[in-house]
Design a protein around this ligand. Structure first.
Ligand code: EPU
Length: 339
């Protein structure tokens, strides 16, 4: 186990914020975990578990220990004519995992292509896109509670998944290091085109037969057209969650703003498009120094180069205030703000 000092986090977060960490450790094996549990560091220092760094904003330098998840590996746990269960190391890249499934003709997570981050982060915020969430294929995960030092296995029910939510953002917040995740993928050809925009994109270029590669390519094309290329512009995808409101609130808003964009949410309530709210407040494409609101999607805040975490955070707060002033809706960050 090697603890490093005064490390720049720029390459470890997709916002590309050049914050420094006092201490940094990469966890590549279970022995590294045992090392850190026995080191006493967890009792001495504050710590933060970093997955792919694709959903965090380092608002300042981090005066503590960054634990970087680097456990790799992909293993077949069960396989039959209908489905396959895979166990994936938490440090594997999510998009590589999706690509591997597509190549192997395993169906079920193709709509989640190109989501940046690592496999271990996927359950934390229950990543989702194009009518699908990782919970749809999730079986269980293995983890270590860094507070109690207990190794554990959690089932799908125990993870309490919700919209961009799970037990890891609530009761087990900040203390659980996920080491591997099991997903069940189907061997039978079945797709989810419930997201209207995906269905329209699929129909746009008719092919003889809609296959897994075609769906994967379509999702990648759709995502690339709206979201910044992570190699060129720093961002953390959607900065805010789409707010969920009641029937009554929706009716009131609709009478004042007839073109408001909304969708039915699982809980029988309504999900309002935060991108639309932010765009209506005039933020889309705005830039202040190197911090800005992406020109193709108002829900995405971007770092054009040398923005500080605090620049992005103050822009986010201004956006939050202006949406509240205009619509009476408080939009909440999806991104985890670390300081
Ligand atoms: N819209 C606008 N203006 C904008 C952006 C969006 O009016 O600037 C409206 C449009 O009507 C558009 C609708 O919002 O049709 C929905 O936009 P989009 O399909 O991009 O979806 P979203 O609700 O903004 C969510 C996820 C994304 C995910 C997409 C596709 C959240 C917070 N975000 O965005 O996830 O890729 O759906 O399923 O739920 C992420 O979590 O980081 C992320 C990128």
């Amino acid at each position: 186990m090697k603890v490093q000092n005064n490390i720049s986090l720029k390459e470890f977060n997709s916002f590309k914020i050049d914050a420094k960490a006092d201490l940094f450790i990469n966890i590549a094996t279970i022995n590294d975990i045992i090392g850190i549990l026995e080191s006493g560091l967890l009792e001495e220092k504050k710590y933060f578990i970093l997955g792919g760094g694709s959903n965090v904003l380092f608002a300042s330098d981090y005066n503590g220990l960054i634990i970087n998840m680097g456990i790799k590996g992909m293993h077949i746990m069960e396989s039959n004519d209908d489905y396959i269960v895979l166990e994936i190391g938490a440090g594997e890249d999510w998009h590589n995992f999706v690509k591997t499934c597509v190549k192997s003709q395993y169906y079920g997570i193709e709509n989640l292509a190109l989501i940046p981050g690592k496999v271990g982060s996927a359950p934390v915020q229950n990543i989702g896109a194009y009518g699908m969430e990782q919970q749809d294929c999730f079986v269980s995960l293995k983890a270590v509670n860094l507070k109690t030092k207990e190794f554990m296995e959690l089932s799908k029910d125990e993870c309490r998944f919700g919209y961009r939510n799970s037990i890891f953002k609530n009761d087990l917040k900040d203390n659980v290091l996920i080491t591997s995740v099991r997903y069940q993928l189907s061997r039978l050809k079945e797709f989810n085109f419930s997201y209207k925009e995906l269905e329209q994109e699929i129909q746009k270029f008719p092919v003889k037969e809609i296959d897994l590669q075609y769906v994967f390519d379509t999702v990648c094309r759709l995502r690339t057209s709206k979201l910044p290329n992570p190699d060129l512009i720093g961002s953390a995808g959607s900065f805010f969650k789409n707010p969920v409101i009641s029937d009554e609130n929706l009716e009131n808003l609709k009478s004042e703003f007839p073109d408001i964009k909304y969708y039915k949410s699982d809980s029988g309530k309504w999900k309002i498009s935060a991108g639309w709210l932010i765009e209506k407040c005039g933020w889309k494409g705005k830039r202040f120094g190197d911090a800005g609101v992406y020109e193709n999607h108002a829900l995405v805040l971007v770092n054009y180069g040398n923005a500080k975490g605090s620049d992005i955070l103050s822009l986010a707060m201004k956006i939050q205030d202006s949406v509240f002033e205009r619509f009476g809706i408080k939009i909440e960050p999806e991104v985890v703000i670390v300081q």
